[in-house]
Design a protein around this ligand. Structure first.
Ligand code: AMP
Length: 619
């Protein structure tokens, strides 16, 4: 017999969930469905996201409500619009073979008149975010006097987001006799308090130990210097060619910066944060869900409730302010029984936070090493090899071109052909990672040290050791970074290992060399011509910072402030990527920073909820 039938779920619902691929109940479904089906208990379920919570309460609701009546009988409150839509959609799917089931999603940022119309037509299940729900209640557009069940989903998140008062007001419009079912991933004191306030002797179910993260998640941390954070992050991504990840940042600006930098560097990434319009958010989520986006760079608030299966990695680019949020973040991977990896990129000072998280999730982090450039290249190479091996060939389409292709390759041996084919992508990584330094930092007396003080090529270098030079050759002369490096080393005879950041622009470029090599470089280029043009080398401003502002707004491409503070500096140039500059985690920005989406200057004093770290359990 189907195990859901054994739990007491009727055939037409079981048929619908079988079509969704639910063969066996998840542990929370197995334990909560029989309790909830009695309809006579208040209930507290301590469960992570991704454990099958929605069906755990959704299936009993479908069993318990009277769908011949067209008035609201169940209210599900949840923190975000995404989750609201997901729950609505899930319940509709479970009820696919039932008659006259009406579920409405009530959430902000969408037309209220559509929602009012649906309510007016008659609904039995209302799934809502608190703000919009209260708005509709205040318009006296809904009658909750016959509500039998209230579900508070992701209760901890609703409290985190400051919905306590709204929830109080909403629940005051429902009958005292209703049953309340509360689900929460964590059980901080605030959730305990509301459980006490709204419930009588609730049946309590804890999946795993309290606050424990999903057992299928492996937690790893990497220690890097703040200035190498972005480069280290890219290495981790490059080392995982099939990554399908969510990258968490603390603020909207950070998400935008990282996404812009990644896009500029050729990655398939986009940001998701609260400043985007609903439409923009939907678009980003659609691309991510459909896997047209490989990396989603998100704030905590924006990513809440995201239910995308098969997320392989959650990356904490910056650790959250609150420990609980780590659980929420990591819960975006390893959903529905899959495995996943949650990564934290930290500096030495943040190790204490890692230990605190370990205590909360009840699991140890593994200290991982940033892969070397060689590791990345090898991994990428074999990824290409596997892709070639596993590709599905469209025989019909390719056939017409085969004779020409074979003709083109007739003089190339099989071995040579394989080499060339694999090199197409591989060269890109070889070029980027040749001479790549070790980015792992060791921690000594609470300080983070580089094991290798050479900067990543393409990353900024230390401010004191290098001089930034201008050269009047660039991409129009068909130089890429590798070519330029080769050209400089050939002419000057300085070692490629010592050359720092190289920024190739259109008609000019910048490169960094150790102070002691400047003279050598200048002398070597004194009489040199390139394609009949004298090559000109100049010291670019002071130290490593660049004062050149001509030429289309290039500003301080490789500049780096060691302390990470960029006192209100601005990037010109249309809000696009900012001159290859690295964003450093923990680096505080000045009080006015240009937001690339808005174009205006943001005043941090007017932070929105998302940018304002909430005052709860802080590290
Ligand atoms: P939830 O915790 O409700 O967000 O569910 C997480 C994911 O697990 C969703 O994609 C569900 O469709 C899926 N899921 C829930 N219950 C089951 C089940 N019994 N068997 C297989 N997948 C499930």
């Amino acid at each position: 017999m189907n195990p859901f039938i054994q739990l007491g779920i009727r055939h037409d619902i079981v048929n619908a969930i079988s079509e969704l691929g639910f063969e066996n109940p998840t542990p929370i479904q197995e334990q909560s469905i029989p309790v909830l089906l009695t309809g006579s208990n208040d209930f507290v379920g301590l469960a992570q996201t991704g454990t099958g919570k929605t069906a755990a309460f959704g299936l009993p609701l479908l069993e318990l409500l009277d769908f011949e009546e067209n008035h609201p009988q169940a209210l599900v409150l949840c923190p975000t619009r995404e989750l609201c839509l997901q729950i609505t959609n899930d319940i509709k799917n479970y009820a696919k073979h039932m008659n006259n089931v009406h579920v409405v999603a009530v959430y902000g940022g969408a037309s209220i008149s559509d929602q009012l119309r649906q309510i007016k037509r008659g609904v039995q299940i209302v799934v809502a975010t608190p703000g919009r729900m209260l708005d509709i209640i205040n318009r006296k557009a809904i009658d909750f006097s016959q509500v039998k069940f209230v579900v508070l989903d992701e209760a901890d998140e609703m409290l985190n987001m400051g919905f306590q008062e709204d929830i109080d007001s909403i629940l005051s419009t429902t009958p005292d006799e209703k049953k309340t079912w509360l689900f929460s991933a964590t059980m901080p004191a605030e959730v305990r308090r509301i459980a006490k306030k709204y419930m009588e002797n609730p049946f309590e179910l804890t999946m795993g130990t309290k606050n424990t993260g999903n057992a299928n998640i492996e937690h790893e941390y990497y220690i890097v210097r703040a200035r190498d954070k972005y480069a280290a992050f890219k290495r981790i991504v490059d080392f995982n060619p099939d990554i399908f990840g969510i990258v968490f940042c603390r603020t909207k600006i950070e998400t935008q910066d990282i996404a812009e930098a990644l896009i500029k560097d050729g990655y398939n990434a986009d940001s998701l944060h609260g400043d985007l319009s609903q439409q923009q958010r939907d678009k980003v989520m659609k691309r991510y869900r459909e896997r047209n986006l490989q990396l989603l760079i998100a704030t905590d608030v924006a990513a809440r409730g995201i239910d995308v299966n098969d997320v392989t990695h959650v990356i904490n680019y910056s650790l959250p302010d609150e420990i609980e949020n780590y659980t929420h973040r990591s819960g975006r991977t390893a959903r529905a029984g899959k495995t996943g990896i949650s990564i934290a990129i930290v500096n030495g000072k943040e190790l204490g936070k890692i230990r605190q998280i370990e205590r909360v999730i009840g699991k140890k982090f593994i200290k991982a090493e940033i892969p070397t450039g060689f590791d990345v290249c090898e991994k990428q190479l074999f990824s290409i090899v596997h892709k070639v091996h596993n590709v599905t060939v469209n025989e019909e389409q390719i056939e017409q071109y085969l004779p020409r292709i074979i003709e083109e390759f007739k003089d190339i041996s099989k071995e040579d052909f394989i080499k060339r084919f694999a090199s197409i992508e591989f060269n890109r990584f070889l070029d980027y990672y040749k001479n790549a330094p070790d980015l792992n930092a060791s921690v000594e007396e609470g300080r983070t040290r580089d094991r290798d003080d050479r900067p990543e090529r393409g990353a900024s270098s230390g401010p004191s050791a290098y001089t930034r030079l201008f050269i009047n050759l660039g991409s129009v002369d068909e130089f890429n970074r590798g070519d330029l490096l080769g050209y400089i080393c050939n002419t000057t005879k300085i070692s490629g290992r010592t050359v720092g950041k190289i920024d190739v622009k259109g008609v000019y470029s910048f490169f960094e060399v150790p102070h002691e090599d400047v003279e050598k470089v200048m002398t070597a280029y004194k009489e040199i011509e390139y394609k009949g043009r004298p090559v000109r080398i100049e010291i670019s401003g002071e130290g490593t910072s660049d004062n050149r502002s001509s030429g289309g707004g290039y500003r301080g491409g490789g500049e780096r402030r060691e302390g990470g503070y960029r006192g209100g500096e601005r990037r010109e140039g249309g809000g696009g990527y900012r001159g290859g500059e690295r964003r450093e985690g923990g680096g505080h920005r000045g009080s006015s920073e240009r937001s690339s989406s808005g174009g205006g200057f943001r005043d941090f004093s007017g932070k929105s909820r998302e940018d304002r770290p909430e005052r709860r359990r802080r590290f």
